[in-house]
Structure formats: structure tokens, C-alpha cells
Design a protein around this ligand. Structure first.
Ligand SMILES: C[C@@H](O)[C@H](N)C(=O)O
Ligand SMILES: C[C@@H](O)[C@H](N)C(=O)O
Lengths: 157, 157
């Protein structure tokens, strides 16, 4: 069962930014990320979930070192796009469980989330695909999260 | 440049579900996905973005064949968790641009989104990591999206 998990990783050098309430129509994401690319900002993870009304939030992670530059660019772009505003948080950590064919094992997501819940860790963002499950947690919880996940998936029982 | 893109893929056999307004505290995601695992439901992609107030939305994709079973399970779980409700959409398609080290190329996300914008395609959900950029679009736009992305990234110019 757990043989499909290849690694459990922690990234503490990351910060999250969200452009809130962008109009949900073609071309908006293109303009936002073209603006960021023009500043040479590499984006590590992008999340846009279901829309509410005719607006949507676009959240992403960048290297902590780029946070000032990214906030400035996003505030500009938010005004140009008619968004509601920009939020950010530098006190986060990203934990990832990486493996092959994760999505074809129904119990893996619930095991990942239950391990974090068992440690009282709140999950601030989730991005899961067939190759990895990534959770953003508080930077205070990063170490405890990666140790608990490593114990669950990487150590022989 | 485009040598890092390995594939462009289209999945039309997928449906999206969202449990809206779940309490944003430890253990909620664990209970939701434990409930789905108990029903043997494999989840293909999970997205939880930044929270608003003390609540959050958890959206995910399942195989279209599992949609009835998933809606029933989610309505039950939504009541148990004190969520606001459940929405779903079966008329979607998922297009993915897969490659290595995508997140270290600042211009790739903006190219993907600009190609779709150029075809007038609205992007309903986005999930991007270092290995892939996935966009959920209307099922009416799936073919046009994958052809335009294939032309941009896979064909010799
Ligand atoms: C919100 C944003 O993603 C918009 N739907 C777009 O297509 O650009
Ligand atoms: C919303 C949900 O993800 C919650 N924050 C949890 O940790 O379970």
C-alpha cells in the first residue's frame, strides 16, 4: 500500500499571496500571470477553486525572497483587473507527499489529512493531483507536519 | 524553452464537486475525505484555496461515473460538518500541460492562460505545481483548449 509514496517534503521558504474577487471571465488569469512573468516572478503553486457569484480568488505561492516585489506587482494588477484586493502570508510552510498514482488510492488523501488533524494542525490550502498531495500549514506547524507524515508513509511499521 | 513540456492532455470523463463553507479548523478535511474513502470514491484533484472569514470551500474532481454516489455522500458529510452546501458540475473538461520544472519558468503559466484567453475560453479552476498546470474549462471548450495548447507547446514552430 504505502509503497507508492516516494517522498515527504517540507518547504519553509515560501509565502502565499491571493488576488481576491477577480472578475471570472476569459483573459483575467492571463493578464495576472503575464504581469508577474514580466517582473520575472516564478510562481511555485497556483490555486483557483470554484467561483462564487461572478468573481473568484486566485492564490499562489512564491519564494519568500520575492514577496515584496510580488505584493507590489499584485496590488497594481489587482487595480487594473478590478479585483477586490490582495492578501498575503509569509508565516506558512508547504508539506508535500509525493508518489505515483496517488489519486487511484482512495484512502491516501484521508490518511494525509487525518495525520495532520491528529496533531491539531489546521490545513490552510490543499492542492492534490495524481502525483502529489500538498498542504499549506502555519510555519509553526511545518516541522511537526512533515515528521508525522514521514512516520506514517516512509517508515517501516 | 518549450523542451520541458512533455505532454498536453484532455480528460472529459471528469466532474467537479465542491463542499462550500466548511468550518476552517483542524480535522474537517480529514472527516470529509475519510467519508469519501469509506465509499471507495477516488478523488482525482483536490483544491482548497485561501479562507474567507472562518470558512473555506473544498473542491475536487471525480470520475463522472462516480458523480451520483459522490453527491449523496457529500450532502450527508456537508450536514455532519456544518457546511453551507454542495455544488457540482458534470459539463467540464480538464486540460493539463505536463513537464519537468515548470514552476522555474516564469513565462509558462502566462503562456498557458494567454492561449486559452485568446480562444475566449473561461478558466473555471486552476491547479499548478512544478510538474503540471491543470485548468478546468467547460466541456464545450475542452477540444479547442487542448488543440490550442498542443499547437503552442508540442508542435515545432
Ligand atoms: C478567474 C480567471 O481564471 C478567469 N476565469 C479567466 O479565465 O481568466
Ligand atoms: C478547511 C479544512 O481544510 C480545515 N482547515 C482542516 O484542516 O481540515
Amino acid at each position: 500500500k504505502s509503497v507508492i509514496i516516494k517522498a515527504v517534503a517540507l518547504d519553509k521558504e515560501t509565502a502565499k499571496i491571493a488576488v481576491l474577487g477577480v472578475p471570472d471571465r476569459p483573459g483575467i488569469a492571463a493578464r495576472l500571470f503575464s504581469g508577474l512573468a514580466a517582473e520575472g516572478i516564478c510562481v511555485e503553486m497556483i490555486l483557483q477553486s470554484v467561483m462564487r457569484g461572478q468573481i473568484n480568488d486566485i492564490a499562489f505561492l512564491v519564494d519568500k525572497r520575492d514577496i515584496e516585489k510580488t505584493i507590489t506587482a499584485c496590488r497594481d494588477l489587482s487595480r487594473q483587473l478590478g479585483a477586490q484586493g490582495v492578501t498575503f502570508d509569509t508565516e506558512i510552510a508547504r508539506v508535500s507527499v509525493v508518489g505515483a498514482g496517488i489519486s487511484s488510492h482512495a484512502e491516501i488523501p484521508s490518511r494525509v489529512f487525518s495525520i495532520l488533524a491528529g496533531k491539531g494542525i489546521n490545513i490552510e490550502m490543499i492542492s492534490a493531483s495524481s502525483m502529489a498531495i500538498t498542504c499549506v500549514v502555519s510555519s509553526l506547524d511545518g516541522e511537526a507536519a512533515v515528521h508525522a507524515l514521514h512516520h506514517e508513509f516512509m517508515e517501516d511499521k
